[in-house]
Design a protein around this ligand. Sequence first.
Ligand SMILES: C[S@@+](CC[C@H](N)C(=O)[O-])C[C@H]1O[C@@H](n2cnc3c(N)ncnc32)[C@H](O)[C@@H]1O
Ligand SMILES: [Zn+2]
Length: 296
Amino acid sequence: MNKINKRVKSAIYVRHFESIFKCPTCGSSMKVSESKSLTCSRNHTFDFTKQGYLNLATNQMKTKYSRELFEARRKLMTEADFFDPLIQFISTVINEHSGNKKDEIAVLDTGCGEGSHLSTICDRLSSDFKKEVMGVGIDISKEGILTAAKNYSDKIWSVADLTNTPFQNGTFDVILNILSPSNYEEFNRLLNTNGLVVKVVPQSDYLKELREGLFDDPEKQRYTNAETVKRFNENFHFVDHSRLRYTVNLDNPFIQALVQMTPLSWAATNEQVNSFLEKDSAEITVDLDILIGKKT
Ligand SMILES: C[S@@+](CC[C@H](N)C(=O)[O-])C[C@H]1O[C@@H](n2cnc3c(N)ncnc32)[C@H](O)[C@@H]1O
Ligand SMILES: [Zn+2]
């Protein structure tokens, strides 16, 4: 498919869901116009890019997340199934706690990065639980959204700030927030009655082998969640709190991707990074807290 077609194809897809948007500039409702733009009733216009995503961020923020980082995350997810148990867990949770009475689910991934989590979760909800899913992914990083739009169609991808999103109140059944910052006031505004929020945060052993390889004092980089859990439970009705811990054996090409995919290496010396990169293989621990709440 050529790039012009991708722009038009996205516009046609988004037209089915145009009522979810509110103008990032003035807050009024929006429509897809001429199969190329999303335009509000006061004529603020946002064009679909040639890759098929929208840029609805009011401030363009520079982030340290590069295209290489997102490509590395994607490689680990799609070729090494690095987060597969997590994806399976989240899909089941959504089906149990939100979707089991509904056949159609609107899912927003806030800080979706390169989009593999959202895409795979939507696919699982369709294939395993026979749901019709509208998947929307937002990230402040243009590089992340561009990578998502290139690889996954039939989703809505937008550069947007999760603290001030371009969507109407009560639009979503589920909000995903995976290893990303959050804004609970905004999440509550976006969720419909009984809407579910699934937040994933690192637990103490997350990537511990990498941290041990990169830092003389791995305790310095140890994750502690007590404050995050407390804040989450103050903002949502508690549904569940699970810890998911497993290991994945990675061989060298995936070790390269692991080092590239995480901001952890930004704080390490070149020497430490290089010595980790020389490993033939490594057993890597994934250790995550999954917080599940409902709209208050
Ligand atoms: C560690 S990455 C996780 C990405 C993805 N959820 C994953 O698990 O692969 C954190 C993401 O949060 C995004 N992010 C940070 N601040 C944001 C904001 N204010 N609005 C939207 N996205 C943001 C970053 O650009 C980055 O893609
Ligand atoms: Zn407007």
